[in-house]
Design a protein around this ligand. Structure first.
Ligand code: C5J
Length: 221
């Protein structure tokens, strides 16, 4: 067992053989200059600062033999898996399925939908395509983790208050122990980043634990 003593609200203990590194939605359309996220007026720099620490954490996790699972948010080309409640949100002409700067917005197979080059999955690492914000909704993630006897999740990715939070809440209800890496999750909004992390660790860790990637790297074999 390994312990991240600096985690808040209390030390986080995990068994590397039953722990996965979860990398949520590190997609070009959210992170890259000229992508969909930036076209909405967002400062992608707020998300891009996660790439360097996450690259180092990925390398450390792979070297330590942890399972690594990536996710991507997006929809089938015919949008049949996108409920109207999601499809009809957002600025007209900048909705899911519309032409965007890097291909159709949040549609599977489009350039912008894929993961940034810096964090490309290695052959054999599962990539979960998810239609929702949470990585468990309408995906095979729970079965995949159960198959590998995974009980603990090191959670990274974007955005902190949307897909990361939703996934951590879903995971917590399913009994997974989540450690969210503060420097490896990002929000376009600094106040959401701060409050989003505080909400996870509040009330004795109501949804999980929070630490920095260097705290994990320091204990990985
Ligand atoms: C959003 C996500 N923010 N991956 N998606 O729409 O957080």
């Amino acid at each position: 067992m390994l312990t991240v003593a600096a985690a808040r609200p209390s030390p986080y203990t995990f068994d590397p053989s039953t722990t996965a590194l979860l990398v949520i939605d590190m997609q070009r359309d959210f992170l890259e200059p000229g992508g969909f996220g930036e076209s909405l007026g967002n400062d992608v720099g707020q998300l891009r600062r996660t790439i360097a620490p996450l690259t180092a954490l990925l390398a450390g996790a792979r070297a330590a033999g942890l399972s690594v699972v990536h996710t991507r948010e997006g929809h089938l080309p015919d949008l049949s898996d996108c409920p109207p409640a999601k499809l009809n949100r957002g600025l007209p002409s900048k909705r899911i399925g519309d032409p965007g700067p890097k291909g159709r917005i949040l549609v599977r197979g489009e350039y912008g939908h894929d993961i940034v080059d810096e964090l490309s999955p290695l052959p054999g690492e599962p990539v979960i395509d998810k239609p929702g914000k949470g990585a468990f909704y309408a995906t095979g993630l729970d079965a995949l983790l159960a198959d590998q006897q995974i009980r603990s999740l090191l959670v990274t990715g974007v955005t902190t208050e949307v897909c990361v939070h939703t996934t951590v809440r879903e995971a917590n209800d399913r009994g997974y122990e989540c450690l969210v890496l503060a420097d490896c999750v990002g929000s376009y909004f600094p106040e959401f980043q701060r409050v989003g992390l505080d909400m996870i660790a509040a009330q004795g860790g109501i949804f999980g634990w929070v630490a920095d990637s260097t705290d994990v790297l320091a204990v990985l074999p």
